[in-house]
Design a binder for this molecule. Structure first.
Ligand code: AVJ
Length: 312
């Protein structure tokens, strides 16, 4: 994993314009910072999807056809599984026959999740899968023939450019069989101020979250970034739903990464994250173009966020 991190970082920083991949945010520090983001009042996404899972648990269970047992419930990027826990609790309470397979790229997060679920839901079979989405999904499909329900929550799909998001959904679709289901969380386009504020807090938590990527490169790849020489810059374009964050170099500087050197000009931006916002129409289109049948979209009371249910 270290090798591909180094390759991806160097490849992105030698390109023009420079870029880094936001999937590398989530080391132990980054995961803790993301927890703090989820606690911010302006970061509405978590609260919206939590409301859906808390208040519409029965509806979710129904559209996922959980009465068709047994099945494997696979969660891509499970994190602390706060939202899915409402569904897990409901299913365990109804003695539904299923395995829970959380996938995450943060090992600490996965073992903490397994420990918590052992405590809170002792009747649940948990099979943690540590690694990248598609590799681990492959592992899960190889392990058993049971029907699959794949959860991809939290608008994690938003972290991909449109074509990449389509590509991921198509890859997931190819690994699934007729009758399998995918439930996927999308943040909807809304008032642009609301979106921008969620990613541009004055407390600097989002900035620290972004800068942690440079610190992670220092820690893991023997680099010498001075993080005070970079600044977080956030944009939201309501015309295309792209909410993008950049790290801007504040001075002319040359950074060493292992044995390589990368130069930054003053005010040169590095693209680090997209958190794409969707329309309901784009979501259905994505389902169809990646081989799924869109069944329904379940929204929160503000209609800011939806969990879309797609059938293979
Ligand atoms: C974890 C990918 C859903 O894009 O909204 C939060 C990450 N980045 N604030 C998002 C994030 C900046 C978050 N996701």
């Amino acid at each position: 994993m270290i090798e591909s991190f180094r390759e991806d970082v160097l490849h992105g920083l030698k390109d023009y314009p420079k870029r880094l991949q936001s999937k590398y945010f989530y080391d132990e520090n980054g995961t803790a910072l993301f927890q703090r983001i989820m606690d911010m009042s302006t970061y509405y996404l978590t609260a919206c999807e939590l409301e859906i899972f808390r208040d519409k648990t029965v509806e979710l269970a129904e559209v996922l056809r959980v009465e068709q047992e047994p099945f494997d419930l696979i969660e891509l990027g499970a994190g602390d599984a706060m939202k899915s826990s409402f569904l897990l609790k409901h299913l365990v309470g109804k003695k539904v026959d299923f395995n829970y397979m959380p996938i995450d790229i943060c090992g600490q997060v996965l073992s903490a999740l397994r420990d918590r679920l052992k405590q809170d839901l002792p009747g649940l079979t948990v099979i943690p899968l540590y690694g990248e989405y598609l590799e681990m999904l492959r592992k899960a499909t190889e392990q058993s023939d049971r029907r699959k329900i794949v959860l991809f929550l939290g608008s994690n799909i938003g972290n991909m450019e449109l074509e990449d998001a389509h590509g991921l959904c198509r890859s997931v679709n190819r690994q699934l069989k007729v009758g399998d289901t995918m439930l996927i969380g999308f943040d909807l386009q809304k008032n642009p101020h609301t979106v921008l504020q969620a990613y541009n807090d004055k407390e600097g938590i989002t900035e620290a979250f972004n800068l942690n990527l440079l610190e992670r490169i220092n820690r893991e790849l023997d680099a010498d970034f001075n993080i005070t020489a970079f600044q977080h810059y956030q944009t939201y374009d309501p015309m295309d739903g792209g909410c993008r964050s950049y790290l801007v170099s504040l001075i002319d500087q040359t950074i060493r990464i292992g044995e390589e050197f990368i130069s930054f000009r003053v005010n040169e931006p590095v693209a680090v994250e997209i958190s794409r916002k969707y329309t309901a129409l784009e979501i259905d289109r994505m389902a169809i173009e990646s081989g799924f049948a869109p069944i329904t979209q379940i929204a929160d009371s503000k209609n800011w966020f939806v969990d879309a249910v797609w059938l293979v």
